[in-house]
Design a protein. Sequence first.
Length: 204
Amino acid sequence: MQPKKNSILISLIHYPVYVLGPHERIVVWTQGCSIRCNGCISFHTWEFDQNKAMQIEDLALIIKQFPCKRLTISGGEPFDQPAPLLEFLKAIRKDFDDILIYSGYTIEKLQKKYPEHLSLIDALIDGPFMDGLESEWSYKGSENQRIFVFSENLKDDYDRWIQSKKNKTLQVIQKHEGIYIIGIPYQKDSEVIKNELLQSLSNL
Ligand code: SF4
């Protein structure tokens, strides 16, 4: 279900994030995902919860206040809210030097359905999470996922980030009285993270 006009469903906003793209970044996680991959660790973002609606204008203002020009948009599934996502990208494009989106859809599908969105971003990490296809690379959760850097001037930056991170790195934050683990864990560790690590952190 799409949010009301001029709004977008958002799960979380955080700055600084060090593990979802080159350098220090702002990350916006959208709320709602229809793909629902088996083994997804972010299942709390699946529901299209209308209580998580934010005015796009307000979201743009909030992220522009952070001292950072690099943005990652993840989910949930950002492209499950195509009209709000496009409006958001148009509102912020000129204020950011580097915009990366993580999507569970493949680039082939996105190129057909949402070429305008892709023209407004610098990089994409695509594809659904596939349980059983473990990846050592820290930028992705399963080996089928691919990275595409559209902006020539950022290719070296992304190359360095990818090459330097052949180990999974996670970041733990406390926010809104909750504890979040940011980043992409090894598949073999995801059950421990879901069942034990988050539980023990919340008891601290
Ligand atoms: S697309 Fe992303 S958020 Fe949606 S189920 Fe797959 S891994 Fe989880």
